[in-house]
Design a protein. Structure first.
Lengths: 339, 326
């Protein structure tokens, strides 16, 4: 498993937006990889760049001001950033597909469910018209939609949020993709419906044998779904490890604080741990040093001067923090002298 | 009665809120959306009562009807021993001093053209506590108390982050020193790290000002953290009411059990036995007969579709509406 070639390799990705004539990086030097059949979760709070990263992979950035500035996105060895629009269209929806947070805005309200599903199959397969419709209906069956033969003739507004997300999943797996990118797929759903959808995604992932990049802010969903977790903060990867290590031996002060700040069902807590302050906005990003320094309970003076690098803390466990930087002398690692 | 009214700040009895559905050529009333269909609850002084449920279960409508922002269709609301169900005009206006709300969306609930100082002092000015200038010190103290910098007074809402805006909303609700605050999803628009800041603040303030809090949210782990007692709503009905710990440790209603099992736990070593409910919440315009939960209930019995269960005490301070316990 460890020796396997990665299916997706994001390498030094810089994605920026032009604001008032200046380039600001929402994704700043992000690297990680996804192996075949692996579920990788990208977790972070709003504004940490996780959605921009997924849009970069799909080449769906807003054309007028967003662009990939540096870095490579290798999918099965091919650099997606070098492909023409036509080549990318061929990959998008067939080899890599995506489901979005808000299934209502992702579906076209004036076209029937069947029409929108047929379109995917029409573009990416050689099936004949009548076969296409039959395949659409069977896909709806596969995602657990009853009366699928009638649903194909209905419009998105006639379905509930959970049903729409099922339709999105059916469309996404129509061509048996090798990679599914799911950007907050259950955030808009109620918790009992979320449980249905997560179970469905797990089942489908298993059946299709695809890898998945799951983007979420919900650490509960991460614990449920992930094999591997990439924690992002302010456009950078701060920690990257397997799911068990992340929850039971987190290293980065941000990851630790994030885990402590969620209310636990199984414990009675008087007070929740908090992270002071807020995520810096794109325009107010610190130019030097660690981006978490102002909120970090373990900050040191050096943290303001040195840009920490994402280094291997242990095998399969990378952390971006001076505390775990071997090149930084141990005696200087006095905690809490910053701020 | 007098003793009861001192223990309970708020008593809600068989409260209903229906919205008419109109149709046809003459726009006649053809049906009702039963947003709140018969809920009864009592709030003790100084406690936090959590109201939890999924979208469309009527929890927000219940909150707004209790604060009399909406007119109840039926039932009664008693606040400090006084029936406030039918208050109007100046009496209703003076009631608002004692009952305040904190809203979900900190972006929509603040006037973008109003300076924060003026937002927070407005309730005080409205109720004749003096002019804005005279109240400035008091408002500044209030802003400081909720954790905002002193210069916040002269700034506009857009200059603040979501968490800070929610603090402004809390300061505004506190300004009149109310007895009851109804907080409707106060943290659901916030990130976890900021959410915990706001939750801690609400808890501190509650103790400091001896507030009674009706805390409405969809996230059971947040509600459990905040509340002394919890009421679980489904399709306009309260299906279970108990102590916060009891709800989690010993949920009785099949819906509560499913709701708790559905919450993903932030620990990969704890894989819970999940109860997956089928289908979606039915429309409150056309609720199922009998128990509102029976079409999705894994433990449904034939009689569940015929008889509507009532909220009954099964253990001390633990009430459930389910035929399994009757």
């Amino acid at each position: 498993m460890n020796q396997q070639e990665p299916l997706l390799e994001v390498d030094g990705l810089h994605t920026g937006f032009t604001i008032d004539g200046d380039m600001h990086y929402a994704v700043n030097n992000v690297s990680f990889s996804v192996k075949p059949k692996e579920v990788v979760c990208i977790v972070g709070e709003s504004g940490c760049g996780k959605s921009v990263m997924s849009l970069s992979i799909m080449d769906l950035l807003p054309k007028h001001n967003g662009k990939i500035d540096k870095g490579a996105i290798r999918f099965q060895g091919r650099d997606l950033t070098m492909l023409s629009d036509k080549e990318m269209n061929h990959i998008r929806g067939r080899d890599i597909s995506m489901i979005f947070q808000e299934p209502m805005t992702a579906l076209n309200p004036v076209l029937t469910i069947g029409f929108q599903m047929d379109e995917v199959l029409m573009n990416h397969t050689d099936l004949k018209a009548d076969e296409i419709r039959r395949r659409s209906v069977s896909l709806l069956d596969q995602v657990g939609i009853s009366r699928s033969d009638q649903i194909v003739n209905e419009y998105p507004h006639q379905l509930s949020g959970g049903m729409r997300q099922r339709v999105m999943i059916a469309m996404a797996i129509a061509c048996q993709p090798k990679l599914l990118i799911a950007d907050e797929p259950t955030t808009a759903l109620d918790v009992t419906v979320q449980a249905q959808i997560l179970e469905l995604i797990q089942k489908i992932q298993d059946e299709v044998g695809m890898a998945m990049l799951l983007i979420t802010h919900d650490l509960g969903v991460v614990a449920e779904m992930a094999d591997r977790v990439v924690v992002m903060y302010a456009g950078q990867v701060v920690e990257d490890t397997d799911v068990d290590t992340l929850f039971h031996d987190p290293k980065h002060p941000y990851t630790k604080a994030l885990l402590r700040s969620i209310p636990r069902m199984d414990e009675k807590q008087e007070e929740l741990d908090t992270i002071k302050g807020i995520v810096p906005s794109l325009k107010n990003m610190p130019q030097q040093g660690c981006r978490f320094v102002d909120r970090c309970p373990e900050a040191m003076d050096k943290c303001r001067e040195i840009d920490p690098q994402l280094g291997e803390e242990a095998q399969n466990h990378a952390v971006r923090c001076l505390l775990y930087d071997a090149s930084f002398p141990n005696e200087q690692k006095q905690r809490g002298v910053g701020s | 009665m007098t003793q009861e009214s001192t223990e309970y700040l708020l008593q809600v009895h068989e409260l209903k809120k229906y919205y008419p559905v109109r149709g046809g050529l003459l726009q006649r009333r053809v049906g009702d959306v039963k947003a709140v269909d018969n809920i009864s609850l009592d709030l003790k002084r100084g406690e936090t009562f959590g109201l939890v449920g999924e979208s469309g279960c009527g929890k927000s409508t219940a909150g707004r009807t209790i604060t009399r922002l909406f007119k109840p269709t039926a039932g009664s609301i008693t606040f400090e021993g006084k029936d406030i169900t039918k208050l109007r005009g100046s009496e209703l206006r003076s009631l608002r001093q004692d009952i305040q709300m904190v809203f979900q969306d900190p972006y929509a609930s603040l006037n973008p053209r109003q300076m924060v100082g003026s937002v927070v002092s407005e309730p005080l000015v409205n109720y004749g506590y003096g002019s804005e200038a005279k109240l400035k010190d008091e408002v500044m103290q209030l802003l400081e108390r909720v954790g905002l910098p002193a210069d916040a007074y002269y700034k506009y809402p857009h200059e603040f982050s979501g968490g800070q805006r929610q603090r402004i909303g809390i300061a505004r609700a506190l300004a009149l020193k109310p007895k009851l605050i109804v907080a409707d999803e106060p943290v659901s628009a916030l990130d976890v790290s900021v959410q915990s800041q706001v939750l801690n603040l609400l808890k501190e303030l509650q103790e400091e000002f001896n507030l009674t809090l009706l805390f409405i949210a969809h996230d059971l782990s947040v509600v459990k953290h905040m509340s002394d007692r919890i009421g679980v709503m489904y399709l306009g009905n309260l299906v279970e009411v108990a102590d916060a710990e009891d709800i989690y440790r010993d949920p009785k209603h099949p819906y509560t059990q499913a709701l708790i099992s559905a919450i993903p736990q932030p620990d990969p070593r704890k894989k819970s036995d999940r109860i997956i409910l089928s289908g979606d919440v039915p429309s409150p315009q056309n609720p199922p007969t009998g128990c509102p939960f029976h079409p999705r209930c894994p433990k449904a019995m034939p009689e569940c579709s015929a008889d509507k269960p009532q909220l009954k005490e099964v253990n001390r301070d633990h009430r459930v509406s389910c035929l399994l316990y009757e």
